[in-house]
Design a protein around this ligand. Structure first.
Ligand SMILES: *[C@@H]1O[C@H](CO)[C@@H](O)[C@H](O)[C@H]1NC(C)=O
Ligand SMILES: *[C@@H]1O[C@H](CO)[C@@H](O)[C@H](O)[C@H]1NC(C)=O
Ligand SMILES: *[C@@H]1O[C@H](CO)[C@@H](O)[C@H](O)[C@H]1NC(C)=O
Ligand SMILES: *[C@@H]1O[C@H](CO)[C@@H](O)[C@H](O)[C@H]1NC(C)=O
Ligand SMILES: *[C@@H]1O[C@H](CO)[C@@H](O)[C@H](O)[C@H]1NC(C)=O
Ligand SMILES: *[C@@H]1O[C@H](CO)[C@@H](O)[C@H](O)[C@H]1NC(C)=O
Ligand SMILES: *[C@@H]1O[C@H](CO)[C@@H](O)[C@H](O)[C@H]1NC(C)=O
Ligand SMILES: *[C@@H]1O[C@H](CO)[C@@H](O)[C@H](O)[C@H]1NC(C)=O
Ligand SMILES: *[C@@H]1O[C@H](CO)[C@@H](O)[C@H](O)[C@H]1NC(C)=O
Length: 835
């Protein structure tokens, strides 16, 4: 800008400048821009050139006393200030006049646009704001708005406002409890605020909110602050206290049992079942938040119900975590005692002593255990027959234990008693039927049908289990009691239990069987003594005698036999990485008849072994792996060279000894979760790896968190030496999703092995019970802060694109305009000199 002092000569120079700078031109429609503001004096905007017949120019239109043209020179000028906030555009016309002041050219339209400068600070609409927020209200959900206006051009940064919270009082945590949307002025609780606000601690906050123009971009902005007084109210949305409902209610249903209430009206309440798969729940909730039980409950069917009540907005979005409702059904005495058996049968020996136990009568009651409702009392109400006496038996009041009460039992008089026992709880009585059989005393011994079963010859190769002989003794005591049942025992002649005798309980017959392989070469003859006894002891004065004993002789004949291994089982231990060719075991067999033997392997299904046919040496044929097969079992077969039909086999059990050849790894479905949003004090969750190698190698593991500083910033891995490690989130701003955390684990084997594992950790929305309420999925979750921020960013991007387009358009337009270079004259006389 030029300031001109002194002689008119300078004006020529100025005019020259105007011409040179292209600030002059012929008469035509033109547009100019002028910055608003108070500038003293006169500003030149443009010089119109003209030729005869035009002798002078005239300006008409919205001159408003501040715009005009020098008629002879054609200089368009501004004398005074323009204000964008008052008038944004001046519409003028210029005409060319001839010497007689007759219009010979034009009129042409002249447009003067006023450009905004940032000369207005933003103003809040209110001097002070008041807001109310509920404890635990959702983070990011606005509970109030502040708005400010700026008179400057909203199409330029001058009028674009950015809100922020300057400070709030008190401020008990490092993080702010509140947040403001910098564009909309919406105030909401922050994540910290959502979890920490508590009207019991602080119930009113003063928020110092500031708004600044220039879109927060430039240093020369105006800022205005306002106080917002926020009152914290108690959260109304909470779980009702544990509920108790008495079962089998006769009152008309539904019955209201509790109420929940969302912090604002208009919420939609809904019952959410907890079980998978969901059972039918006898509860409903209405739109006032009243929870009803819909039908009488039965404690004996189900004692505890738990479910959630959710509050939703109109779109079905969850307003907060659902609250857990737990209902306990209280017992009433609505079940009579029940006898466990329709008829309980007991036995009593004729010579039983008074006070001896006969047995316990069992009865039960479905009402709640440990309460009077299920307390049972027993009483004998009837005994039949009443001979030889009444009250033959007694029952313990509390326990149902039956005892003999009179010592007058006599099978001849009464062989059985039918007894009715009353079992009573405080409200109900049930009769249980008891039968007591009087059984005989064991005063008879078993007597063999014959005392000598003669001799028997059999070949040595008879298989184990073959029945060789049927024997019979009889007992005159009462059948099917311990007094008459018979146990046969070989008391002499069979030291190695080569034979065994089984008794048929119905017939008391005995069956003599081969229990172990017979061998002519070692034991060709057995001379057996068999005795018969009862399980019940004999009464004093009676003893077993020779009538209870029988004899039997067995001869074993020789058979041409297959080779025999010296051991039936060979056990070997070998390192799993033993080289091919290592000897594992050298078995040995012989042929009883001295024939030559060849050896072979059976069941070597992994083809790990070979055998030398001549001497049976087993050796390693291929690399083995303990983790595939800890114990490898094969058979070796010895076959007679001359008769392949005669062969026998032995087992080789190979225990593979571990070497540390496996890295530690995570169990397959290892999944951990933390509740989102994170509180910052999450307890570490334990992880423990598996290592297929043997114990000594994995006593200790060293865990290392991989993935660089980003992982270390987000996650905390501790107690890294030992069997376990603990993982917890360190970065509280992690969003709800599944994280894959790379961890390296070393075992302490020699040499050590390193496992690189990926630990999956889920951040999920939890229910009141601290379990994952919903998996990390898209539907039906309430928006996390991350999604909210995402949406906001999206909106801002769109706004940004629009703003960019507007700016680009403005700039483009400006380039087309002829730019006035304003020149200020000091005083009007100089101007006059020009004319
Ligand atoms: C906020 O306003 C309430 C009355 O509306 C007042 O009791 C309280 O002291 C105010 N709090 C602050 C921090 O100014
Ligand atoms: C306004 O907030 C958004 C996100 O909420 C942020 O990306 C942006 O930088 C903020 N603008 C200013 C000027 O602080
Ligand atoms: C309810 O109680 C009555 C007696 O009080 C009983 O007869 C009925 O079986 C009971 N119902 C249930 C479901 O327990
Ligand atoms: C019970 O005793 C009666 C006679 O007192 C007899 O007729 C009946 O057969 C006996 N029942 C049994 C199972 O012993
Ligand atoms: C019993 O076994 C031992 C050793 O096992 C043996 O020496 C003895 O001959 C066997 N006796 C009979 C009668 O089988
Ligand atoms: C078998 O044993 C009985 C008695 O123990 C004896 O009398 C009898 O001579 C024995 N017989 C033989 C063949 O050993
Ligand atoms: C064994 O005792 C019973 C009586 O218990 C008797 O009848 C029998 O004759 C006796 N037998 C011998 C051989 O003594
Ligand atoms: C890491 O976790 C351990 C145990 O869970 C805890 O003692 C420690 O304070 C945590 N460290 C950080 C930085 O969070
Ligand atoms: C400019 O305006 C002032 C006062 O408004 C007036 O005195 C002066 O004459 C004007 N000058 C011209 C060149 O119009």
């Amino acid at each position: 800008m030029f300031k001109l002092y002194g002689p008119p000569l300078f004006f020529l120079f100025v005019l020259h400048m105007i011409v040179c700078q292209d600030l002059s031109g012929p008469l035509q429609d033109s547009t100019f821009s002028v910055q608003e503001g108070n500038k003293p004096g006169v500003q030149y905007l443009y010089r119109f050139t003209f030729e005869p017949p035009v002798a002078s120019l005239r300006l008409t239109g919205e001159k408003e006393g501040i715009m005009d043209i020098l008629p002879k020179d054609g200089i368009l000028y501004l004398n005074g200030s323009v204000d964008w906030e008052k008038k944004k555009v001046y519409k003028l016309q210029v005409e060319g006049l001839d010497a007689n002041r007759v219009i010979v050219k034009g009129p042409y339209s002249i447009t003067v646009n006023v450009e905004d400068v940032n000369d207005n600070p933003p103003q809040f609409d209110q001097e002070k704001y008041y807001g109310v927020v509920r404890q635990n209200s959702r983070a990011g959900k606005p509970f109030m708005y502040v708005t400010a206006h700026d008179r400057d051009d909203p199409n330029t940064p001058h009028g674009q406002l950015i809100y922020s919270i300057f400070h709030h009082f008190p401020s008990p945590y490092p993080e702010m409890l509140f947040q403001i949307d910098n564009v909309t002025g919406a105030i909401s609780t922050s994540l910290t605020g959502a979890s920490k606000l508590n009207p019991q601690d602080v119930n009113t906050f003063l928020l110092d909110i500031s708004v600044q123009d220039m879109a927060g971009q430039s240093a020369n902005f105006f800022r205005t602050n306002v106080d917002v007084n926020v009152t914290v109210l108690e959260n109304l949305w909470k779980a009702p206290p544990p509920l108790k409902i008495t079962e089998n209610s006769t009152e008309p249903h539904p019955i209201i049992i509790a109420q929940v209430q969302w912090n604002e009206p208009g919420a939609i309440y809904e019952i959410v079942k907890k079980e998978k798969p969901p059972n039918k729940l006898p509860f409903t909730v209405n739109q006032d938040g009243n929870i009803y039980v819909t039908e009488p409950l039965d404690r004996e069917e189900r004692e505890i119900y738990s479910f959630f009540v959710a509050a939703k907005d109109e779109e079905g979005g969850w307003l907060a975590h659902p609250v857990a409702v737990s209902v306990t059904v209280q017992d009433i005495n609505d079940n009579p005692p029940v006898c466990d058996k329709a008829l309980a049968t007991f036995e009593v020996q004729e010579n039983e002593r008074v006070g001896n136990d006969i047995g316990i009568l069992k009865a039960s009651d479905r009402d709640e255990q440990g309460t009077l409702n299920s307390r049972l009392k027993y009483r004998i109400v009837e005994q039949s027959p009443q001979v030889p006496l009444g009250n033959m038996f007694r029952i313990e009041f509390e326990t149902g234990k039956l005892q003999l009460f009179r010592s007058a039992l006599n099978r001849q008089v009464a062989s059985n008693y039918s007894v009715k026992v009353e079992v009573a709880d405080p409200a109900f009585k049930t009769l249980c039927n008891v039968e007591i059989n009087v059984i005989d005393i064991n005063d008879q011994i078993p007597v063999f049908e014959k005392s000598d079963y003669g001799s028997f010859t059999l070949p040595e190769d008879r298989p184990v289990g073959t029945i060789l002989l049927e024997i019979q003794a009889t007992d005159a005591d009462e059948p099917f009691t311990g007094s008459s049942q018979i146990i046969y025992t070989i008391t002499k002649g069979d030291p190695n239990n080569t034979f065994l005798i089984e008794t048929d309980l119905k017939t008391n017959k005995g069956y003599v069987k081969i229990n172990k392989v017979l061998d002519f070469e070692t034991s060709p003859v057995y001379n057996l003594t068999i005795s018969a006894t009862n399980p019940e002891p004999l009464v004093p004065g009676v003893q077993y005698n020779s009538s209870s004993i029988a004899y039997w002789r067995v001869s074993v004949s020789d058979v041409k036999e297959a080779p025999v291994f010296r051991q039936l089982v060979y056990i070997a231990s070998i390192l799993e990485n033993a080289p091919v060719g290592t000897e594992v075991v050298i078995p040995s067999a012989f042929d009883p008849e001295g024939d030559r033997i060849r050896y072979s392997l059976k069941n070597d299904h992994r083809k790990w072994l070979m055998i030398r046919p001549e001497d049976g040496t087993v050796y390693v044929a291929a690399p083995m792996d303990r983790e595939t097969e800890r114990t490898y079992i094969v058979q070796i077969v010895a076959t007679e060279e001359t008769n392949e039909a005669r062969s026998s086999s032995a087992q080789v059990i190979i225990h593979l000894k571990d070497v540390n050849d496996n890295p530690p790894a995570l169990p397959k479905d290892y999944s951990l979760f933390f509740c989102h949003p994170l509180q910052g004090n999450e307890e570490g969750k334990q992880i423990q790896v598996i290592d297929p190698d043997e114990h000594s190698h994995y006593q200790r593991f060293i865990y290392t968190l991989m993935g660089g500083s980003a992982m270390k910033h987000d996650w905390n891995l501790t107690k890294m030496e030992g069997k376990h490690a603990y993982i917890s989130p360190k970065n509280r701003n992690l969003e709800a999703k599944i994280y894959e955390i790379p961890i390296q684990i070393n075992d302490n084997g020699k040499p050590p092995r390193t496992g690189d594992v990926i630990l999956k950790v889920k951040l999920c929305i939890c229910g009141d019970d601290g379990e994952c309420f919903r998996d990390v999925d898209r539907d039906n979750t309430f928006p996390t802060v991350a999604t909210a921020v995402g949406i906001l960013v999206g909106v801002l991007v769109v706004i940004g694109i629009i703003l960019g387009a507007v700016f680009f358009h403005l700039k483009h337009k400006k380039q087309k305009e002829q730019k006035a270079n304003p020149v200020t004259a000091l005083n009007p006389s100089e101007l006059r000199n020009l004319t």
